[in-house]
Each structure stands twice: as structure tokens, then as C-alpha cells.
Ligand binder design. Structure first.
Ligand code: ADP
Length: 425
């Protein structure tokens, strides 16, 4: 029998007993009232007892009760016991998570909505010099590097940012922010000192080797040119050999020059001034026209006269590379359109050719160093595979982007998009 049925049966039996007693004694109503009063008083006592127990958080064993009240106490007691067990389990899990994140070699900081530190592991305390008491402090007040502050404010966390450690500037950190949940962010910092050191060594090595190769190559080319002049052309084998050697020496010279330029782009400080791009483009297009023996192929359209802040030599080599590619990789009498124009957000240099185009598979790879498309026709075109890598680097140093669109058999368009804030006239 259920608890409710028991309670009701008890009440009915009491009522029956009262009715019989009332019938025998003839005072039914007062006895009934007395019974009701007794029931109400009992309930009030139970409620008071319950309120007292629950107001202390329902701690300890519940008070003695009978009937439905015992059942209520028992249910609440059971819920609380389960909750306690779950809490314990969760606490254990959190402890394990804390211990594992504490042991992580990478720094991890949980940031709140207002950039305040919610939690930081040991590595974060070590590399950023944080104290336990810094919890709740805003992180821009503790890590004050301008690059970090603008990265934090930008809200664009696709890329990471490289910073020296505030406690030891010999340590280089790669900092990345990962947003999660509602407005929360996880800041991760990795020690990349060794990696950066190796990268610097690689750059220095390439720059030094390229530099050292320059002089012997110039000497070699000089002798080859003299020998070619002395050649009486009686031996076609010798003439052909000189030509081949000179061709290969020139190829190596281009390679060394491109490698040196890339090394300079990677290491040199940026120096900017106001560059007259329309004039620069006119010069480059004129040089492009004279390079080609065929009739004029370049059509230059200057839709805007704006100048931009930048490094003239770097821009010259990027634009020359793009134009020479457009000429190299398109048929002899086709047109190459060069356009300097502006839209709401950018100033754009677009170089469009009517060449063979680039497949979707090759597209993401052509800006990689030494990557060249190996089709039968393109194989014959001279190049180092470094031209577009140089373009990408130059544009990166000018906060610009390279957009490439291409249609097989119809042609390609390479656009350099400079942000409007670069305009200086
Ligand atoms: P390269 O010295 O070989 O020209 P780049 O880095 O300038 O080196 O270009 C990489 C590759 O991208 C080239 O080998 C070529 O296959 C392809 N490419 C570059 N520009 C064009 C273009 N305008 N049309 C078609 N293919 C191109």
C-alpha cells in the first residue's frame, strides 16, 4: 500500500472511531473538532521541525518522524547524499584536471569577459611572472607589451603573437588565444626560444652562403663572357658549351640574388616613406616593354593617383616579379593589363594576363619557396621558384594581401591589396 493510501486510511479510521465515540456519548461535534485540532497541531510541529532541519542545510541525520513526513525526510536525505557524492566526484575530477594542467610545460591562463585572470597554471606563473594574488587582475595591466595588448583587443585570434617573456627577455614565447564558452578565452603560451634560434640560424646560413657565392659567380661569369668573345666559332661544341655555362651561371646568379633578397626581407627592419606608385608602375611597365622584343603588350591603367607608405625597392621587386611572371607565362602577343585603383577598403594593383592559368590544386602552392609548376610548356620558362615567395613577403611587410584568381586556358589575375590606411597622398 502506498504512503498516501496509508495516511488516508489512518485518517478515515480516526474519523470512524470519532463517529462511533460521538454516537455513544452524544457529543460528536466537539470530539471531531478536537480531533481536527490535534491533526493541525501535529502538522505544525512537523513543519516547524522540518523548517529547522532544512534551514541548517539539511545536515546530518533527519529528525524522527512518522508517515508521510518520514518519507519526505528520507527522499530529501537521499537527494542530498547523491548530490554530495556527485560533488565529491566532480571535485576529484577538477583536482585531476588542475594537477594535469599544472604539470603542462605550456603556460595556460583562463581569461574572463573583462580580460581578468580567472585561473593560471604554474608554467604561466613562471613565464609571465604572475603571483597567486594576481587572480582577478586584468591581464593587460600585467603583460604590457603593445603587440600583446593590440592582439588581445583585436578579437581576431586566428594567428598567434610572438613575445619575449616579461621575466626573462632571452625566452621567446608564442602566445595564442582560444575563445570558448560565453565570452571566456584560454591563453596558451609556448616557449619557442630554440625554434626561433634555429630559424635565425637557417636565415643567417642562407644569407651568408648566398653572399659568399656572389663573388665567385661574378668572376665565373666574367671569364665565360671573355672566353665567349674569344671563341672563333669554329667549334660549335665549344660555342654551345660556353652558351650553356653562361646560361646556368646567370640562373645561379638570379637564384642567389633572390635568396639574398628573401633573407633581407626576413631580417631587415622596415623603413617606409611615401612611394609614388603610379610613377613606379610606369617605369616598371616601360622596362617590361623593352625586355620583350615583341610589340607592346602591357596596358597600364592608373585609375587613382594615390601614393602609399612603403619601401620603394621592395615594392619595385614585388611588382616586377608579378609583371615578369604575367609576361613569362602568357603567349607572345597576348595582352597584360596592369591596373592601379581603389575601392572602399583597399588600394589595389591588379596584373591580369591571358596565359594558361593555374589549376586549383597548384594555386595554394605557387607562393611556396622553390615551387614551380611542372607542365611541359612551363618547364621551358626560366625561373627560380622564389618570385612569388618574395611578393608574399613584401606584401606582408606592407600589411597587404595577394589575391590570385585564375581560369585554365583563359588567364590569371594577381592582385595586391593595400589597406587604405597606407595612403600618404
Ligand atoms: P618562377 O621563378 O618559377 O616564376 P614564381 O615564384 O614567380 O617562380 O612562380 C611560381 C610558379 O607559379 C611558376 O613557376 C609558375 O608555374 C606559376 N605562375 C606564376 N605566375 C603565373 C602566371 N601569371 N600565370 C601562370 N602561372 C604562373
Amino acid at each position: 500500500m502506498g504512503i498516501w493510501q496509508k495516511e488516508i486510511t489512518k485518517l478515515l479510521l480516526l474519523l470512524l472511531a470519532t463517529a462511533i465515540f460521538g454516537a455513544v456519548t452524544g457529543v460528536f461535534l466537539p470530539i471531531l473538532l478536537l480531533l481536527m485540532l490535534g491533526i493541525i497541531v501535529r502538522q505544525i510541529i512537523q513543519i516547524t521541525q522540518f523548517e529547522k532541519w532544512i534551514s541548517t542545510g539539511g545536515r546530518g541525520k533527519y529528525p524522527k518522524a512518522t508517515g508521510i513526513w518520514e518519507e519526505i525526510y528520507y527522499h530529501i536525505y537521499r537527494i542530498k547524499k547523491n548530490e554530495k557524492r556527485r560533488k565529491k566526484k566532480l571535485g576529484k575530477m577538477i583536482d585531476q584536471f588542475r594537477q594535469s594542467t599544472e604539470a603542462l610545460p605550456d603556460a595556460a591562463i583562463v581569461l574572463g569577459i573583462d580580460d581578468e585572470i580567472d585561473w593560471a597554471n604554474k608554467a604561466a606563473r613562471d613565464v609571465f611572472g604572475l603571483q597567486q594574488s594576481d587572480k582577478g587582475q586584468r591581464i593587460p595591466n600585467l603583460i604590457r607589451f603593445p603587440e600583446f595588448i593590440s592582439y588581445l583587443k583585436s578579437g581576431d585570434y586566428k594567428e598567434s603573437v610572438i613575445l619575449p617573456s616579461p621575466v626573462d627577455n632571452r625566452i621567446t614565447l608564442e602566445v595564442r588565444i582560444i575563445p570558448y564558452g560565453a565570452g571566456l578565452r584560454l591563453l596558451l603560451a609556448q616557449d619557442v626560444t630554440q625554434l626561433k634560434k634555429m630559424e635565425r640560424m637557417r636565415k643567417d646560413f642562407v644569407a651568408n652562403v648566398s653572399h659568399e657565392l656572389r663573388t665567385p659567380l661574378t668572376v665565373l661569369k666574367g671569364y665565360l663572357e671573355t672566353l665567349q668573345d674569344l671563341d672563333d666559332e669554329n667549334s660549335p661544341l665549344l660555342t654551345n658549351s660556353f652558351q650553356q655555362m653562361l646560361g646556368q651561371t646567370e640562373r645561379m646568379q638570379h637564384l642567389v640574388d633572390d635568396l639574398l633578397l628573401l633573407a633581407r626581407l626576413e631580417t631587415q627592419q622596415k623603413k617606409t616613406k611615401c612611394v609614388n606608385v603610379p610613377e613606379l608602375l610606369s617605369q616598371i611597365c616601360k622596362e617590361g616593354d623593352t625586355l620583350e622584343n615583341a610589340s607592346r603588350r602591357i596596358e597600364l591603367t592608373l585609375e587613382t593617383a594615390v601614393h602609399i607608405r612603403g619601401e620603394e625597392q621592395e615594392l619595385r621587386s614585388a611588382f616586377t616579379n608579378l609583371l615578369s611572371n604575367a609576361l613569362k607565362y602568357s603567349p607572345e602577343n597576348s595582352l597584360v593589363k596592369v591596373r592601379w585603383y581603389q575601392d572602399n577598403v583597399s588600394i589595389i594593383l591588379a596584373i591580369e594576363d591571358q596565359g594558361e592559368g593555374i589549376t586549383k590544386v597548384e594555386m595554394p602552392r605557387i607562393t611556396e619557396r622553390f615551387y614551380r609548376i611542372e607542365t611541359k610548356r612551363l618547364k621551358k620558362v626560366n625561373g627560380t621558384g622564389l618570385g612569388l615567395a618574395i611578393v608574399k613577403h613584401v606584401l606582408m611587410r606592407h600589411d597587404a594581401h595577394l589575391n590570385i584568381t585564375s581560369e585554365l586556358g583563359k588567364g590569371s589575375c594577381f592582385s595586391c591589396r593595400f589597406p587604405i590606411c597606407r595612403i600618404c597622398m
